[in-house]
Design a protein around this ligand. Structure first.
Ligand SMILES: NC(=O)CC[C@H](N)C(=O)O
Length: 231
């Protein structure tokens, strides 16, 4: 698997993403600076990692979305390259128009940093193929702008097209209201693009890949990629 990780001023989770790629996917990623106008050739996967690009000024992800490298990421996504936006990366790919909706300020107006529980919404994606539908994953979040918003027509379309990859749930997998750490519409934690190759999610699966982190539940996402891209 040939992978790259894009970096902006203020990105801080690039090495966590790289560790997951190395340990689980056996892929040594190339780091690509935000000012680059070309991506490495033949990429299978681009990760837009977490952090505070441009200090989250203007709106989280809004300035990074206008950077030269994001033009290339958009062009690659249009050609079918997998793009994984994690946390600030989800904000950036959404601001860049690769995914619908927006990430607004958490409903509590507070930064939230803790483990949450996710229910796998679909196994029909290269990121979830090795998981089970309804499987519960314990994964950390760390954000102040994770409140996913889209209008009802967009939310209905996402549901009708089976594009909700993850929802916040109870530790037992119950999907009743009240488990979202940020007030997201329909408890959405992660969504897929129409071609299912772009995934944006607020939680950090790359920080749940080793027992030392308290959970290894994030590893399944990276195992899914190995299975889907290699196989
Ligand atoms: N961990 C992160 O990527 C932080 C995301 C974003 N800057 C926020 O706080 O909303």
């Amino acid at each position: 698997m040939k992978s790259a990780i894009v970096i902006f001023p203020g990105t801080n989770r690039e090495h966590d993403a790289a560790a997951a790629l190395r340990q689980i996917c056996g892929s040594e990623p190339q780091f690509v600076w935000h000012g680059e106008t070309e991506l490495p050739q033949g990429l299978d996967l681009i990760i837009v990692p977490g952090g505070f690009s441009y200090g989250d000024y203007l709106r989280s992800g809004a300035m990074a979305a206008q950077s030269p490298v994001m033009r290339e990421v958009k062009a690659a996504a249009e050609k079918g390259v997998h793009v994984l936006g994690i946390c600030n990366g989800f904000q950036i790919v959404t601001e860049a128009g690769l995914l619908p909706g927006a990430l607004m300020r958490n409903d509590t107006l507070k930064f939230v940093c803790r483990d949450v529980f996710l229910s796998v919404g679909t196994t029909n994606s290269p990121y979830t193929a090795a998981l089970k539908s309804g499987q519960v994953l314990q994964v950390p979040v760390a954000h102040h702008d994770g409140n996913y918003f889209a209008d009802d027509a967009t939310l209905d379309k996402l549901e009708a097209e089976d594009r909700i990859a993850f929802r916040y749930c109870s530790p037992d997998g119950d999907l009743e209201d009240g488990w979202s750490p940020n007030g997201s519409q329909r408890d959405i934690a992660g969504i897929l693009s129409e071609n299912r190759r772009v995934l944006g999610l607020m939680p950090h699966p790359e920080n749940a890949i080793d027992p030392l982190f308290g959970s290894t539940d994030g590893a399944g996402l990276f195992r899914s990629l190995v299975q889907s891209i290699a196989g």
